[in-house]
Design a protein around this ligand. Structure first.
Ligand code: TXA
Ligand code: MG
Length: 339
């Protein structure tokens, strides 16, 4: 057990976080998407520690976070023109770009793939920590593998206290779901994971973008995952989640008819009247940004309240709603009932 330091976003604490990272320690840091568990991306032993602290499968590669565009040149010797266009439009921000990796990127970071995922976060504390560390930081979400990503420092501490050197509290994450992942290593750019930057936004810069079928469908056994993370059960609370597709009225009727001990509802704000089971809300039906911001916290709250069966109102899969739908589908193991 480590004695985990709890740091704030003060200048002195940012320096401390940077020093720990340079020394090969693990530090949980805030970003605009979700909290990340960071280590020096060039330090193989430090990066190996991430997998151990999270209980993460070794073949699931990590995202490398950078503070400035020139660091990208260290991570790849063969940067596609599109990467610069995307950087220009969306960095710093919630977009991860996959490019061919250089020899400087350790295999443990790329999970054995010839490519590397790179992102420049916009969160001020993340930027300050990157500057203080002076090295790129490999960082997956700061949860134990399989559980919902943390959007507050308290949720990070619940999962990782005693397993990491420090946790930096930078407040609640603004976006709430992980970054959009797009690969530039396919013939046509391909969306591997939807997030805060929407498909529509990517297409404005790149033209056509293909959406990997794993975004909204379970992986077939014979298909290799384009993004290894997609083959693992993800974002799952302890409760068994079922998505209900339909109107607020149909949702209420179905949930009330199936109410038993341990049943709860995950529904939209303003649509809770008449529900006979405990509920947690995650934004209004027409507010995809609020749904993204609140989803993971709502799933963890349902667990805290002892929900065993959780019926979730289905988000509209457009804009950031596609990311919300993608995460909820995984939390539900793709169990969807159309009402
Ligand atoms: O918003 C985010 O992206 C957060 C914050 C901390 O930056 N990070 C995050 O990391 O969500 P993680 O490890 O939970 O998710 C990274 C995803 C995984 O699905 C992984 O398989 C995929 O990116 N990935 C990473 N490198 C890849 C590569 N070279 N090729 C394909 N997929 C890759
Ligand atoms: Mg994750």
């Amino acid at each position: 057990m480590k004695d985990t330091k709890h740091l704030t976003a003060s200048a002195a604490d940012m320096e401390e976080a940077g020093r720990l990272l340079r020394e090969g320690e693990l530090v949980a840091i805030p970003t605009e998407t979700v909290y990340g568990l960071a280590a020096n991306a060039f330090d193989e032993a430090a990066v190996a520690g991430i997998f151990e602290a999270k209980g993460r499968p070794q073949d699931n590669p990590l995202i490398v976070h950078i503070a400035t565009l020139d660091t990208l040149l260290l991570l790849s010797d063969d940067i596609p023109e599109d990467a610069f266009r995307l950087a220009d439009a969306f960095w710093p921000g919630p977009l991860t770009v996959i490019v061919p990796k250089s020899d400087r990127v350790p295999t443990v970071v790329s999970g054995g793939l010839p490519t590397v995922a790179v992102r420049m976060p916009s969160h001020q504390a993340a930027q300050a920590i990157l500057q203080a560390a002076g090295v790129p930081l490999a960082a997956p979400s700061a949860n134990r593998s399989g559980s919902p990503s943390p959007t507050t420092a308290a949720r990070v501490a619940a999962d990782l206290d005693g397993r990491v050197a420090a946790i930096v509290d930078g407040g609640e994450c603004e976006v709430g779901v992980e970054s959009t992942v797009v690969t530039l290593c396919t013939e046509v750019p391909r969306l591997l994971r939807p997030g805060g930057i929407t498909r529509e936004q990517l297409e404005e810069v790149l033209g056509t973008v293909e959406v990997d079928e794993a975004v909204t469908a379970p992986l077939k056994d014979d298909r290799k995952a384009a993004s290894p993370g997609m083959k693992y059960k993800h974002y799952a609370p302890k409760a068994q989640v079922t998505i209900l597709k339909g109107s607020a009225e149909a949702f209420r009727e179905y949930v009330n008819a199936h109410a038993e001990d341990g049943t709860a509802a995950l529904c939209f704000e303003g649509e809770t009247d008449g529900l006979t089971v405990p509920y947690v809300t995650y934004g209004r039906r027409d507010d995809d940004a609020a749904q993204a911001r609140q989803l993971f916290e709502a799933l963890r709250t349902a667990d805290d309240r002892g929900a065993r069966v959780l019926y979730a109102a289905c988000p509209r899969p457009i804009g950031v709603g596609l990311a919300v739908y993608n995460r909820l589908l995984r939390a539900a193991g793709f169990r969807v009932v159309t009402l």
